[in-house]
Ligand binder design. Structure first.
Ligand SMILES: *Cc1c(COP(=O)(O)O)cnc(C)c1O
Length: 377
């Protein structure tokens, strides 16, 4: 690799893999302004349109007025304020778990927790398409890393049997996602839970794209299948459907107590602003209310307009090459639609794609107009 960063950037650019920041000139929402142009935004993960919801903005402001701007310390030192504790109680109840713990982001949740759960002498078994945060967290843990082909439960069972046969006592952590972030498909959760239980392994389920969207009162795929008590760690984020930011994990009381003692991204990081925790409680309440249900119905209707067979709000159009995908994205942008071109290393080489994310906040006519411009229509 070149020592000069400029040469490295050149190489990225030549391969169609250069990324640049492009600030919006408006708030996030179904319609945004960029470079002076109005664009319909199909690039955000704001599935319920809550990022711009007045109730959350008001609650954020109320939180600042009540609790101040910052938390001033890490959680274990002096940074746990009433809203942090209340949010963790609300969330545990909503997730049917004994306890929960919140982090600054979903990424920090993974990086903090996996190395606290497994280490040298243990094994992590990941689905091939797991999110970067889970891969990095697994590497950081020092445990032996194994990968099973995407959603391939027979292969997972085989791996579990092999690992168990070699070492009867080490922890085995199986890691997968409810809704895969770049493909939008779901994991076969019941089969995975059964395989994990048979091997006496632990299960980490990342519900990032399911939280708020799937299951009774939006509480995710484990809730949908009534499997919450059989998923060891229900992880998710407040950065997508919940419209804010932050991550969480819900688990048994003793696992959460252990994470409080061992998760370095939790221990050595300043607590998120109390106002954010306050607003997140409001978001959780909204998601679980009949208003939340109405938003989920609107989201499902919008998804049906674009793709009747889709299982989630993430709809990929795989074009293969980086160049073709970048070109398709700029054609859409010229027509007034913002749809991201997703490339390696976010997805495997040769599978570059347009990734459409649908929101309840989109107008159905706009979704229909986008459909007419997408490949295959
Ligand atoms: C977005 C995402 C995360 C990270 O969550 P943040 O709160 O954005 O840091 C983790 N896992 C998956 C599957 C994601 O899509």
């Amino acid at each position: 690799m070149a020592t000069d960063p400029a040469a490295e950037l050149e190489a990225l650019s030549a391969a169609g893999l250069l990324r640049v920041l492009r600030p919006l000139d408006s708030p996030a929402g179904p319609q945004v302004m960029r470079d002076g142009r109005a664009l319909h935004n199909f690039a955000s993960n704001d599935y319920l349109g809550l990022a711009g919801h007045p109730r959350l903005a008001e609650s954020f402001i109320e939180g600042v007025k009540r609790y101040g701007a910052g938390s001033a310390a890490s959680r274990l030192v002096a940074g746990t304020l009433a809203p942090h504790a209340a949010l963790e109680e609300d969330l545990a109840a909503a997730k049917n778990a004994e306890a929960s713990l919140v982090f600054s982001s979903g990424f920090a949740t993974a990086i903090g927790c996996l190395p606290a759960i497994v280490g040298s002498g243990d094994t992590v078994i990941l689905d091939k398409l797991c999110h970067a945060s889970l891969i990095d967290a697994a590497k950081l843990s020092g445990a032996t890393l194994r990968v099973f082909p995407h959603n391939d439960v027979p292969k997972l069972r085989k791996l579990l049997a092999t690992v168990r046969a070699k070492d009867a006592s080490g922890r085995i952590l199986v890691v997968t996602e409810s809704v895969f972030s770049m493909d939008g498909d779901l994991c076969p959760l019941l089969e995975i839970v059964e395989a994990v239980e048979e091997a006496e392994a632990l299960l980490w389920l990342d519900e990032a794209h399911a939280f708020g969207v799937i299951g009774p009162s939006g509480m995710g795929l484990a809730a949908q299948y009534g499997l919450q008590e059989r998923v060891t760690f229900q992880m998710g984020t407040f950065s997508k459907a919940a419209g804010l930011s932050g991550g969480y994990v819900a688990a048994s009381r003793s696992w959460i107590d252990l994470l409080v003692n061992r998760a370095r991204a939790f221990i050595y990081s300043t607590a998120p602003p109390p106002s954010l925790a306050h607003a997140t409680r409001e978001s959780l309440a909204l998601i679980r209310s009949s208003d939340g249900e109405t938003l989920r119905e609107r989201l499902r209707a919008n998804i049906r307009v674009l793709s009747p067979a889709a299982g989630s709000a993430i709809i990929p159009f795989v074009l293969g090459s980086n160049e073709a995908t970048l070109e398709a994205a700029s054609r859409l942008e010229a027509e007034g639609f913002m749809v991201p071109a997703i490339r390696y290393p976010t997805v495997p080489r040769g599978t570059a794609r347009l990734r459409v994310s649908i929101s309840a906040a989109h107008d159905q006519e706009v979704v229909a107009a986008l459909k007419n411009l997408l490949p295959g229509s």
